[in-house]
Design a protein around this ligand. Structure first.
Ligand SMILES: Cc1cc2nc3c(=O)[nH]c(=O)nc-3n(C[C@H](O)[C@H](O)[C@H](O)COP(=O)(O)O)c2cc1C
Length: 191
């Protein structure tokens, strides 16, 4: 029997918006027949990190794919996530993530508050690790219809006045990204 393709959904969320995206992506991964592992990183605000386990190096080695999510912080990812990537030299040296599919997601308070710079810069450590990056194609109707988040670079949410609740298109686009990632992970999984 082939083992389930495990896809890590690694994120940080202080007030729940990025977590909503993480949950939608995990749902899409399940729809693809893969197994999502919702994980976070060690952080200075334990209340924000209470729900999910801290990711372990062994999980990076064993996974078949990874989604990385962060709130937009002055146009970049949360520093704790960056710090985490700086602990992954051993995995980088052994090529633990090479040729595995990856995707990114973010939440910001304002529409033009730096989502695209955050998403694109989050891809950089993943590319250094040799991952194969997936985005959201324009064949997804939600990309044209959204009046809030959802980008070709990754899933996103714009809070505006809505708080952490995702709009219909944001939810659909995040779920579809998870589905794409899960399908790629299943197809590419190395024995
Ligand atoms: C230090 C800090 C920097 C932030 N920088 C930005 C920013 O550059 N652009 C923006 O629109 N929102 C910014 N925000 C707001 C968060 O990105 C936004 O509230 C996000 O949805 C929070 O996600 P979370 O609920 O997952 O924690 C910032 C928040 C903090 C605390």
């Amino acid at each position: 029997m082939t083992k389930a393709a495990k896809v890590i959904v690694l994120y940080y969320s202080r007030s729940g918006a990025t977590q909503q995206l993480a949950d939608a992506i995990a749902n899409g991964i399940v729809q693809a027949g893969a197994e999502p592992l919702l994980r976070t990183v060690a952080c200075d605000d334990q209340a924000a990190c209470a729900r999910d386990l801290v990711v372990e190096a062994e999980e990076l080695r064993d996974c078949a794919g990874l989604a990385l999510g962060s709130p937009t912080r002055f146009g970049h990812m949360y520093s704790g996530l960056q710090k985490f990537w700086e602990t992954t030299s051993a995995e980088w040296l052994r090529g633990a993530l090479v040729d595995k599919p990856a995707a990114v997601f973010t939440s910001s308070s304002s529409m033009h508050g730096g989502q695209e710079s955050t998403l694109l810069s989050m891809l950089v450590p993943l590319l250094h690790h040799g991952m194969m990056v997936l985005g959201i194609p324009y064949t997804e109707p939600g990309l044209q219809q959204t009046t809030a988040g959802g980008t070709p670079y990754g899933a996103s949410h714009v809070e505006h006045a809505a708080g952490s609740k995702l709009s219909k298109q944001e939810l659909t686009l995040a779920t579809q990204l998870g589905l794409r990632l899960g399908q790629a992970a299943v197809k590419l999984q190395q024995e």
